[in-house]
Design a protein around this ligand. Sequence first.
Ligand SMILES: NC(=O)c1ccc[n+]([C@@H]2O[C@H](COP(=O)([O-])OP(=O)(O)OC[C@H]3O[C@@H](n4cnc5c(N)ncnc54)[C@H](O)[C@@H]3O)[C@@H](O)[C@H]2O)c1
Length: 337
Amino acid sequence: MPDQTITLIRGDGIGPEIAEATLRALDAAGAKLRYEEALAGMNAVERVRDPLPEATIQSIERTRVALKGPLTTPVGRGFRSVNVALRQHFDLYANVRPAKTIPGVASHFDHVDLFVVRENTEDIYSGVEHYVGADRSAAESIAIITKTGSERIVRYAFEMARRLRRKRVTLVHKANILKCSNGLFLEVGRAVARDFPDVAFEDMIVDATAMKLVMTPERFDVIVTMNLFGDILSDLCAGLIGGLGVAPGANLGRDVAIFEAVHGTAPDIAGKGLANPCALMLAAVMLLEHVGQAEAAGRLSRAVHGALATPSARTRDLGGEGDTKRFTDEVVARLRG
Ligand SMILES: NC(=O)c1ccc[n+]([C@@H]2O[C@H](COP(=O)([O-])OP(=O)(O)OC[C@H]3O[C@@H](n4cnc5c(N)ncnc54)[C@H](O)[C@@H]3O)[C@@H](O)[C@H]2O)c1
């Protein structure tokens, strides 16, 4: 198989440290990847005065797959967030976040194994908001839900469930109150569910979902929901398995996929060699699966989980004694051993 070329964005803050660690791990796992380096975020502003240079867009258009470190969002530079700009430009409508209990990583639950599939382009994040009145005494933010947007995300969730032999899709909404926007999402979801008789379907109101997730998370399989609820619930689910340090995510569109760690740039520990590279390594596992390198993905996943079960290798955010280098050395040793 020829090497797959991907775009590599190292990112800001701890981004370069965890990217370097992940590249070492990918190499040791035997991943057949070539990297096109591209800039984005604060470091891109510093080097080329643009948080999202055209060359980066062109690279992703060419490779269609990117591994991205976290990005600082420069304040007051034309758009609200580089991440949001990337999602909008490439129409990355599905944000997929797995949450699976990791042996050795402290958490409140033992049997979590679920996915949150979040609609990534619509809802209250459509950017339609304004103050009302000259004195700004009120403000409006408009949630836009479309039939097309709802159908493609629910269909994505069902197709993913079928591909991964998952048993149930739970559609999360607030249609009892938001009868138009959330009602439309639910109505479309029910119609799509009829095309997948082999996958069980249920719908659940978001507040009840939040409670059930922290009481019986093991009952959930694939959750599909709109942008705002997905944003909140996917962080909640990261908390169920030990926090953002171990949470990878994928932003997927029809043509392009961008894989990333869920956490941010961690400016408080940047440059100190303390960052946990695990989330970006697990994002790389998702990337390898996406590009058809399942064996390398399996090897890397096993090595990361093995290292996480080794207290001396675990980084401090997980209560361990290790640092970025120690953890990465452990992953690499397991891959080469
Ligand atoms: N995907 C992204 O690019 C992304 C996501 C979230 C935030 N951000 C950006 O990151 C910056 C900082 O945001 P924040 O402080 O709210 O969140 P953050 O995730 O960067 O940090 C929150 C806390 O978690 C710790 N932490 C995060 N990742 C860690 C890791 N891998 N290893 C060890 N500790 C880790 C940090 O040290 C900090 O104490 C902001 O500019 C924000 O816009 C980017």
